[in-house]
Design a protein around this ligand. Structure first.
Ligand SMILES: Cc1cc2nc3c(=O)[nH]c(=O)nc-3n(C[C@H](O)[C@H](O)[C@H](O)COP(=O)(O)O)c2cc1C
Length: 126
């Protein structure tokens, strides 16, 4: 399934700008990905879409905007992919250290908690 993430850029009740719209789409998407994963589905989020093409195709009204897409489905055998994509799929996932983006006091000053060792992915910590 390919789902579009559409934001409402104005509040319905007063027509004012809704600056939380993109944040809320991110939260909704995160919950969707967690639920999909719990159901043994895979979800792949994409920003590389054509919002104006989506508007034409689905008659998305003014003040609503297609922002992202999410492909949701059962993962197929990676051996079916072209070689270059297989390589990308096998590559280890890189994560930035928290100290590069968790700051305190001023931009760029790592928060002490960000300098503690990270738990391994999937580790349960007390
Ligand atoms: C908001 C958002 C937009 C993304 N846009 C794209 C995209 O346009 N194309 C793409 O190949 N991956 C995109 N990604 C990355 C993939 O969804 C995915 O997170 C990444 O390939 C790592 O996936 P994996 O480690 O679960 O395999 C986006 C991720 C997020 C969170």
């Amino acid at each position: 399934m390919l789902a579009l993430g559409v934001v409402s850029l104005r509040f319905t009740r007063n027509n004012k700008d809704n600056r939380a719209a993109v944040h809320d789409l991110g939260l909704a998407s995160a919950n969707l990905v967690i639920e999909a994963t719990a159901r043994h589905l895979s979800a792949h989020q994409m920003i590389g879409i054509l919002p104006e093409r989506a508007r034409e195709l689905y008659q998305i009204p003014e003040h609503f905007e297609a922002w992202t897409a999410i492909a949701i489905g059962y993962a197929a055998d990676p051996a079916l992919l072209p070689e270059a994509m297989q390589e990308r799929d096998r590559a280890p996932r890189q994560r930035k250290p928290w100290s590069q983006f968790v700051f305190t006091g001023q931009w760029g000053r790592p928060a002490p908690l960000a300098e503690r060792p990270h738990p391994a992915p999937g580790a349960i910590t007390a």
